[in-house]
Design a protein. Sequence first.
Length: 79
Amino acid sequence: MTDDQPASRKVGAFDIRVVIAGLIGFYGVVLIVMGFVADTAADRAKTGDVNANLWAGIGMVVVAAAFAISARLRPVLIE
């Protein structure tokens, strides 16, 4: 790096992928907890004997992890 080039730095917590990962991950964890705690036979009958909260929560946590990994491996650099 020379004197005429400005230093680059990472956006970090202000990257939109980090915010999205946090929100989706939080709601995913809430759904996983609800899938274990509030799973009733009536709810399973509505969904064809599938624990919809649990599977949706797992999917959301996986998507949140993908966003977080993406933000970590390919950070946005600002000048």
